[in-house]
Design a binder for this molecule. Structure first.
Ligand code: ATP
Length: 455
């Protein structure tokens, strides 16, 4: 029997990173200059995947919830925002440096005996004292470089929502309980960036802040925990790679009353994917204190006044890209030829998030097949993200689409010219069936709706 090596058939970070580059999902930022730490660029397939994940989340949180509206706040906010939010004072990680090899560590991520003994885990050199390191990026706004113009890049999107909560109530006549959803960039000067796009200095978040009456916060908190779990189920992911983890009181953020993470089993182990936090009335109360503006909500019927509690669901969009790349990755033995063709790499994305939904492939370029295929693609692209590929053997072309995670291929051959039928090829099962060209869009729509992951 053939001996499988230990990594065959499994996702590893190395394989994901190399496929991501090879197929244009993610490139290193500024690669020609040796790369920029903590930053990554999304290529043609990567931006499609990221956009689709963002759309799926947006649909779930706004379109499917009548009581949630969207917002897109600026990245640059008044610096007082970050004093009020507690980030200037508290948004720090414990930092230590090695005096010998100059490596830098997060003190909470290396063994305690190294901290106690001041011993570098890499070279045994002497470590500095642990000091607090603020993760916010600072820059200046305006021409003069003095502290009066100090401004921060936002480390979370949430504050843009809090400072606008009264605007939204007034302009859109929202009533508590209601939510505001936002997707956008956030920046953190992370001490250690590691594991590809898992932890980066520039990243995107998908956050929803739900404003509730104090006293009802725990009930809403549990509802949102449940909703966020079912969301991932709907995306057809490997649910045995998901689990809950509650934050202990020692690791909770300064604003939180309760915090649970949804963790995903990445190739490097279980890691946070999304956090669900009960932020209480902390943020709004602080903004009220620092801005002098009343942040109370007045209930119309009862005239009751209160500062709402906030239940937050905070997911990393770019971290979700990594999660879906890992989740979709599969290697499968498909033949017994004794060469590379024995195996295929297939990205089993759910069709709603796959970068390309359908690829149209003429069996040959000649005899009018290319024209016919282009015509079919023209029709399909009104409704779907399509690709067209006419070069190389058909088997190779299917493999390329498998690696890109394209769930459906439509192949045009000589018969197609005679009887207006095409071959529909399924990515997951590799099954091929003959279907009429007419009604192809409806058929694909139905397939997408009824899609069930087989592996
Ligand atoms: P950690 O403790 O791992 O630094 P956190 O608990 O501070 O992270 P949150 O502030 O709860 O993270 O952020 C919410 C979500 O934003 C996280 O679940 C994650 O998906 C994403 N996120 C946070 N920091 C980063 C980062 N540096 N790079 C990519 N995504 C991030």
């Amino acid at each position: 029997m053939e001996q499988l090596n230990e990594y065959q058939g499994k996702a590893t970070m190395e394989k994901i990173t190399s496929l991501a580059k090879r197929r244009g999902f993610v490139y290193q930022s500024s690669e020609i200059y040796g790369g920029q730490n903590g930053a990554w660029d999304y290529g043609p397939l990567g931006i499609e995947l990221k956009n689709r994940l963002a759309q799926a989340w947006w649909k779930e949180m706004t379109q499917l919830h009548d009581d949630i509206v969207g917002l897109d706040a600026a990245i640059l906010m008044h610096p007082r925002t970050w004093e009020a939010s507690g980030h200037v004072e508290n948004f720090t990680d414990p930092l230590v440096d090695c005096k010998k090899c100059k490596s830098r560590f997060r003190a909470d991520q290396i063994p305690e005996e190294n901290i106690k003994g001041k011993k570098c885990p890499d070279c045994d050199g002497e470590l500095t004292e642990v000091r607090k390191f603020n993760l916010m990026f600072k820059t200046q706004i305006g021409a003069a470089e003095d502290t009066a113009n100090l401004i921060y890049l936002r480390p979370e999107t949430a504050q843009g929502i809090y400072v606008n909560y009264k605007n939204v109530i007034q302009s859109n006549r929202m009533k508590v309980p209601f939510g505001i959803a936002q997707i956008g960039k956030a920046f953190r000067n992370e001490i250690v960036t590691r594991n590809f796009i898992f932890r980066t200095c520039e990243f995107e978040q998908m956050e929803m802040q739900f404003f509730v009456k104090p006293g009802t916060d725990e009930e809403w908190y549990n509802k949102w925990k449940q909703h966020r779990w079912t969301y991932y189920e709907k995306l057809g992911l490997k649910m045995d790679h998901f689990r809950w983890r509650q934050h202990g009181s020692d690791e909770m953020a300064h604003y939180a009353k309760e915090a649970w993470d949804i963790e995903y089993l990445f190739p490097m182990g279980w890691r946070e994917l999304e956090g669900i936090h009960n932020r209480t009335d902390y943020d709004l109360t602080r903004h009220s204190e620092y801005s002098g503006k009343d942040m109370q909500y007045i209930e119309q019927e009862s005239n009751e006044r209160y500062v709402p509690y906030i239940v937050e669901t905070s997911a990393g969009l770019t971290r979700n890209v990594l999660m879906t790349l890992c989740d979709a990755y599969d290697e499968e033995k498909v033949a017994d030829k004794g060469n590379d063709d024995d195996w295929r790499t297939v990205m089993r994305f759910h069709p709603t998030i796959a970068p390309v939904t359908v690829a149209v492939l003429p069996l040959m370029k000649k005899d009018g097949l290319a024209e016919l295929a282009e015509d079919i693609r023209k029709e399909l692209k009104e409704d779907f993200a399509t690709d067209y590929d006419q070069s190389g053997a058909i088997g190779r072309r299917y493999r390329r689409q498998d690696e890109a995670g394209t769930p459906f291929c439509v192949t045009v051959d000589y018969e197609s010219k005679d009887d207006n039928t095409v071959t529909l090829r399924y990515r997951d099962s590799m099954e091929q069936i003959r279907v009429p060209r007419a009604g192809l869009s409806e058929r694909l729509r139905k397939e997408i709706k009824e899609y069930k992951r087989c592996k």
